[in-house]
Ligand binder design. Structure first.
Ligand code: TRP
Length: 461
């Protein structure tokens, strides 16, 4: 097991950029609005925000700390830390689950990133100009019903991801991300401005922030209403997804983090940036949904149908639209590399593979699995290709986001706060204040919260 090869990032800011690059991605701009729409708005958003603050932030601190203490791939880190804390080496299961979740996520993430890719030439060539509800919908379904087109963009995105990962962490995306994040935020603000001017802005805000538990958590038939725990699990799962938690991605970045950097302040910056970008995306999209008579629950296509209408009708839209899809692509790119990194790091440590070979194997496998996601939108969209009422695409997302990630987070919390000594975290986090609060959250609130939501979802409580 080679520990000496673990690369280190040069600075605090490099770590923050890399981790923010991982966190901010399709999860914020594509997934957050579309699942908020599917689950019915404000109450879902509130639960999601609570999950970020009360579970996501403490778990992120723990995950980064474990990585930094272990300084290896998540699988080896967990094994090494378990040993040094006198715990069973079964804790390495956290690392293994992470590798599996990474494959599952990348294999659909890449296809959606391919959509963003495909929209760049459309925007650049002016094909979005003057789009309305009908023509925008037609453009989108033209893309998704063509397996070869999807496969092409999916392959290109995977290649892009592989290129950066193969070159290593330090020479990879660091510099790009530095310019990208502010630009993306700026563009989103512009879109919110557009939505204010020409969308049903108040209705959009109301949808996002007006908390109506009844509408989100209860299904009513005639006089009787039943509580549905599904949105709760989805909000928790999305909190993990959007922060890149629970699968070792943030752990491996922690392994590359400088020793003196404060984990707490880095975590707060990352979580805040991630949340702000998601909310901005929501504020840009929902006013347009209502202004154009689209349905919030339209599914994965929501953003790709809505935003082109905005670009197609605003002054300078051809330019801004092109820029937006380029930025979205880069945001997805900087996220995708973190999905691959844990598995690649493990292969290079365990088998002394070179990065190129490891990268090719991992992205190659995810690419093959991704063909199933491509077909979920066309050839395999029918009921005969669905399990539990979900397409292959939905199923992978559900399994990874709603089950594997929260479970990974639960195990991380349990290991840190119940299996390892308290002193281990005191030294690892080196907090000047707030340790007791964090300890309470990671030892009691986070594990209990995750466990309860799980048990609820399978109908046990
Ligand atoms: N957080 C990213 C997004 O919101 C996706 C992502 C990257 C991710 N790495 C991850 C999700 C690790 C879960 C685990 O787009």
């Amino acid at each position: 097991m080679a520990t000496t090869t673990t690369p280190k990032l040069t600075s605090r800011i490099a770590f923050i950029l890399l981790a923010t690059g991982s966190a901010v991605g399709l999860g914020n701009i594509w997934k957050f609005p579309y699942i908020t729409g599917e689950y019915g708005g404000g109450a879902f958003v509130l639960v999601y925000l609570a999950c970020i603050a009360l579970i996501g932030v403490p778990v992120m601190m723990a995950e980064i700390m474990l990585g930094r203490e272990g300084r290896q791939s998540p699988i080896h880190t967990m094994r090494h830390l378990a040993k040094s804390q006198g715990a069973t080496n079964r804790w390495q299961i956290v690392g293994w689950m992470g590798v599996i979740a990474g494959f599952l996520i990348l294999s659909f993430y890449s296809v959606i990133a391919g959509w963003a890719f495909a929209y760049i030439p459309e925007a650049v060539s002016g094909n979005l100009n003057g789009l309305d509800k009908t023509t925008s919908g037609a453009l989108f379904s033209e893309l998704t019903t063509s397996p070869w087109t999807l496969l092409f963009w999916h392959s290109l995105f995977m290649l892009l991801t592989a290129t950066v990962v193969a070159r290593g962490v330090r020479n990879g995306l660091e510099k790009l991300v530095r310019i990208l994040m502010p630009a993306l935020a700026g563009l989103l603000i512009l879109l919110v401005g557009y939505a204010m001017a020409s969308g049903k802005f108040m209705q959009g805000l109301d949808y996002l922030f007006n908390v109506n538990f009844q509408a989100v958590f209860y299904t009513c038939q005639a006089e009787t209403c039943n509580f549905t725990p599904e949105p709760l699990l989805a909000a928790l799962g999305h909190a993990f997804f959007t922060l890149s938690l629970g699968m070792g991605a943030i752990m491996i970045y922690g392994a590359y983090m400088p020793q003196q950097t404060s984990i707490a302040s880095a975590t707060l910056i990352i979580a805040l940036a991630d949340t702000v970008i998601a909310l901005l995306a929501g504020m840009a999209i929902f006013p347009l949904v209502f202004a154009n008579d689209l349905t919030p629950g339209a599914g994965p296509g929501l953003v790709f149908v809505t935003l082109p209408i905005a670009f197609g009708n605003m002054p300078g839209g051809q330019f801004f639209g092109s820029l937006f899809f380029i930025l979205l692509l880069i945001a997805a790119w900087s996220s995708a590399i973190s999905l691959v990194e844990p598995a690649v790091a493990w292969l290079t440590e365990r088998w002394q593979w070179c990065r190129l070979r490891a990268t090719l194997l991992v992205t190659g496998l995810a690419w093959v699995l991704g063909i199933g996601s491509v077909l979920s939108f066309n050839q395999w969209s029918g009921a005969e290709y669905q399990w539990f009422g979900k397409t292959f695409f939905d199923l992978k997302d559900y399994l990874a986001s709603n089950i594997l990630l929260p479970l990974g987070g639960l195990l991380i919390a349990l290991f840190t706060a119940w299996s390892a000594q308290r002193r281990f975290s005191e030294q690892g986090l080196a907090l000047t204040r707030g340790f007791a609060l964090w300890w309470f959250l990671i030892r009691y609130l986070a594990p209990l919260g995750i466990a309860l939501i799980f048990l609820h979802a399978i109908g046990l409580v």
